[in-house]
Design a protein around this ligand. Sequence first.
Ligand code: FES
Length: 141
Amino acid sequence: AASVEVDISSVTEGMSLTVKWRGKPIFIRNRTPKEVGDAKDTALSALKDPIARNANLASDAQATDLARSAGEGKENWLIMIGICTHLGCIPLGESGEFGGWFCPCHGSTYDTAGRIRSGPAPENMFIPPYAFLSDTQIKIG
Ligand code: FES
């Protein structure tokens, strides 16, 4: 299976990088403390999709911010497939009512953890399989 290695050393706090994996855009975001805090402060009961959709976790893991992020100590990193779960458009970053992503096709909005919050999309944006090879190198797939 094709995997890609990405150097994330240039992705400083508040910055994002988009790479391709299996023909799909992968959003790699180094979230600010405010973005992480906003997502943590969101009750699971407020979520439209309560499942983490994280290929690295159990399929029924809940969509906490920690479960959406790269995990303990790396919660600033959000790495996800940048495809709207409605009909597959590519959402725009740092946009929308919840400060995350906005899909221009039919108006779905995602929060700072990439979780669907309003609009027609049914599910959170998916988290691909990935691993940190070092603090500055990740392998996707
Ligand atoms: Fe994103 Fe329809 S494809 S809202």
